[in-house]
Design a protein around this ligand. Structure first.
Ligand SMILES: Nc1ncnc2c1ncn2[C@@H]1O[C@H](COP(=O)(O)OP(=O)(O)OP(=O)(O)O)[C@@H](O)[C@H]1O
Length: 341
């Protein structure tokens, strides 16, 4: 329920909920202003916009922004992703079929294969690719001119990109998690589009549990709508939202069953830590990777768990969140672990 990656159900409705222009796009004030300048200037010059890199966690609106860039430039958009481009030839085929000014959206650009990445360098800089024909000593490079286009790359972390690729973007926008008030605006907008009567208190209740992520907010809204239809009067208000999300085990801070299981094990079995990741994973009956990649990032971001050189440590906020008293003394090695070398 609170995984920021899109599931099939999300994909089916997301197209209908996407803002269509920068004015409709909620939050991300800084990126929006910067992008507005880049696009206006390009339009005034009658030129194709510079390449844009968008970095940020899943579900924050990178795909949406890339579509807005195309719409604002009055250009068509082609959407693909790094993992879909395994061979340089795949990329050459896409690039050579672009029309002038077209926007190419490359999601998960950090997961492209090395040869494709190197082809992209030249395409971005000189609007040209060398297509290799043949193999071995007889292979020849045939230069192919490309029309000017705008590449919009998306990545979860700009640091994952090799510097030569990163440097070829004219503008990099860092997408932040959304404040609760911004998510409330996203929710009211989505509720309007879905035709669901939602009160301010209902939107606030959902926003607080959405982990700063519009995709999660929209998903929770749909589940609360179901609950309100079946068990209440169809209105999304504070009560129906709280009850519905209790059914789906999403607590008032956005933690789900796994997040709480990790914290509970840490507190109850290991006195708050420090405890090694492998031990913690066994204690909750999950794979190490699941605990590390699915549960921990949000717990760390919320200040409920710290990763220290000596193991995982619960913060006083974690004890309070689960309704327990933090120990008087810091957990053995807790403070030292938190701030030590
Ligand atoms: N600023 C926003 N205002 C309103 N709705 C938004 C905003 N950002 C995202 N959304 C909504 O959240 C959903 C997910 O957004 P989007 O697909 O653009 O995220 P993403 O960052 O590209 O995710 P991923 O990296 O998983 O592809 C969409 O339905 C979109 O309507």
């Amino acid at each position: 329920m609170v995984d920021a990656a899109a599931d099939r159900d999300d994909l089916a409705v997301e197209a209908a909920l996407r803002p269509k222009d920068l004015g409709e796009f909620v939050g991300q004030t800084r990126v929006r202003e910067q992008l507005d300048l880049v696009l206006r200037a390009a339009r005034a010059r009658g030129a194709t916009a510079d390449h844009v890199l968008l970095s940020g966690a899943p579900g924050l609106g990178k795909t949406t922004l890339s579509m807005i860039i195309a719409a604002e430039m009055g250009a068509p958009i082609r959407i693909t992703s790094g993992p879909a481009i395994q061979h340089a030839g795949d990329l050459a085929a896409i690039l050579s079929s672009l029309t002038e000014g077209e926007v190419l959206f490359l999601d998960e650009i950090h997961r492209m294969s090395r040869p494709a990445e190197e082809m992209l360098y030249m395409a971005m800089e000189d609007f040209r690719v060398d297509v290799i024909v043949g193999k071995g000593p007889g292979a020849t490079a045939i230069p192919l001119e490309l029309p000017p286009f705008t590449l919009v790359g998306a990545t979860t972390r700009a640091g994952l990109l090799p510097p030569p690729l990163r440097d070829r973007f004219g503008f990099t926008g860092h997408m932040e998690f959304y404040a609760p008030a911004e998510l409330e605006r996203v929710l009211h907008r989505s509720a309007g589009l879905l035709g669901v009567h939602t009160t301010d208190e209902g939107a606030a209740e959902i926003a607080g549990r959405s982990r700063g992520t519009p995709r999660i907010a929209n998903r929770l809204l749909r589940r609360v709508r179901d609950y309100a239809q079946v068990r209440a009067d169809g209105v999304v208000n504070q009560e129906s939202a709280a009850r519905a999300l209790a059914v789906y085990e999403v607590d008032e801070r956005g933690l789900d069953r796994l997040d709480r299981a990790v914290l509970l094990a840490l507190l109850k079995l290991f006195g708050g830590g420090p405890v090694g990741l492998a031990t913690l994973a066994v204690a909750v009956g999950e794979e190490r990777e699941t605990v590390e990649e699915v549960a921990e990032p949000f717990l760390v971001r919320e200040g409920l768990l710290a990763r220290t050189p000596r193991g995982r440590v619960a913060t006083p906020a974690a004890w309070r969140h689960l309704g327990m008293e933090p120990p008087q003394q810091p957990a053995p090695g807790g403070q030292e672990g938190l701030f030590g070398t």
